[in-house]
Design a protein around this ligand. Structure first.
Ligand code: DC
Length: 220
């Protein structure tokens, strides 16, 4: 039997990590865990409860009331409510980047992520998977793309989904999130020393998946 490894994919916002992770997970019959969605759930809950995401103590107090369930078909439930689409809203993205700076929020979610990843056969994407959550992952990818490219991809995705979209706004928001995610005190986004960097700016989805699959095969 082939070994079921753990795969970490980190990188900046809108670099296409989840698209690649989902495709690779499908090829390998692995479980895909979208850790960004978990930070989004915390931000969404704060917004729902009219708690200022910048108020760390108030956000910390909400954690005991947060129950996140993630299903293999990609559905995400927060306290038994389906929030799969709601957590993709812009306000939630920006809020997630803010609440992810808090130690208690990170500790709460990292524990959950490690629990879900137990036993291998998993692929997690996020900002701190290779550096913190799964330091021993057999394969670590650091997926990047130019900011112009990331903004354009997100813009096209929005238009396809029929969501109103402004390319300049998207680019500004992505830049701000990167800045926050890379400069926070706890677990900032950075490439793990043993991660393999893939710049997807000039690559097709298929090319990226095939590159990742090659790297997986070397390890199983
Ligand atoms: O991957 P995403 O865009 O859905 O993530 C939303 C925010 O959550 C991101 O701006 C930073 C935070 N995040 C994090 O701090 N650590 C992770 N492992 C995943 C996401």
């Amino acid at each position: 039997m082939t070994k079921r490894i753990s795969i970490a994919i980190d990188g900046p916002a809108a670099a296409g990590k989840s698209t690649i992770a989902k495709m690779v997970a499908k090829n390998l019959n692995y479980t895909y865990i979208d850790t960004g969605a978990m930070y989004r759930c915390v931000a969404y809950y704060a917004l729902l409860k009219h708690v200022d995401v910048h108020d760390e103590q108030a956000v910390d107090k909400l954690l005991k009331d947060i129950d996140i369930q993630m299903y293999p078909d990609g559905t995400i439930q927060l306290n038994h409510e389906d929030v799969t689409s709601a957590i993709r809203e812009n306000e939630v993205s920006m809020g997630a980047s803010v609440v992810s700076q808090y130690a208690a929020v990170r500790a709460f979610l990292v524990d959950k992520q490690r629990e879900m990843a137990q036993g291998g056969g998993v692929i997690l994407d996020g900002r701190d998977i290779g550096t913190v959550v799964l330091k021993d992952a057999e394969l670590k990818i650091y997926q990047i793309a130019s900011i112009e490219c990331r903004a354009m991809r997100r813009h096209q995705e929005n238009m396809q989904r029929g969501i109103e979209s402004d390319l300049n706004e998207i680019q500004k928001e992505i830049a701000l999130r990167d800045q926050q995610d890379m400069n926070r005190r706890i677990s900032p986004l950075r490439k793990a020393d043993d991660a393999i960097e893939i710049d997807t700016s000039d690559m097709t989805l298929e090319e990226v998946v095939s590159k990742v699959m090659q790297l997986v095969e070397q390890r199983i």
